[in-house]
Design a protein around this ligand. Sequence first.
Ligand SMILES: [Fe+2]
Length: 193
Amino acid sequence: MSRMNELYKRMVSFYRGEPQQIQHFVKVHSFARLIGQEEHVEERIQYILEAAALVHDIGIRPAMEKYGKSNGKLQEQEGPAKAEAMMQELGFEKDVIERVSYLVGHHHTYTNIDGLDYQILVEADFLVNYFEGEMSGEHIRDSVKKIFRTETGRHLVQEMFFPEEFQMSDTWAQDGLKDLEDWIEEQGIYIRQ
Ligand SMILES: [Fe+2]
């Protein structure tokens, strides 16, 4: 089994009995993987991104155990050590662990996003949190403007939350022509009947 799948399973066990936590990171991981691939990030960055997406919220459990709460700051404080230990046990490379640990420790900080792995992780987390947190359209729109940078991330927001807004597709001219042809064809059939 791949090391990444081992990490995936370890995170499921880490949050055993807490399906909302498991389903959260599964969704964040899936969006992160998709955005990374569509944005053609380097293989190594993609690898770090996917590992980070799996473990990004690992700090919630230790924060709850220690403090009975798990705000963003406490998650960032408690998460890195847990992520490092889990990834070391599974034999991840040192530099991968270091970067993932950094991302775990900063994923609620949006002021100094210093790489595509960081950017995409944050976008994927927001995509899931907009829905899970039942955010209003106005709130989502506002936050997307501030946070989202990738075309794929913005596209996912648009498709999921603002499907009614007019979108000019790349092929709109051809689509329009085809619609017209179909319409003429239909009229022809109608006239012939
Ligand atoms: Fe999250």
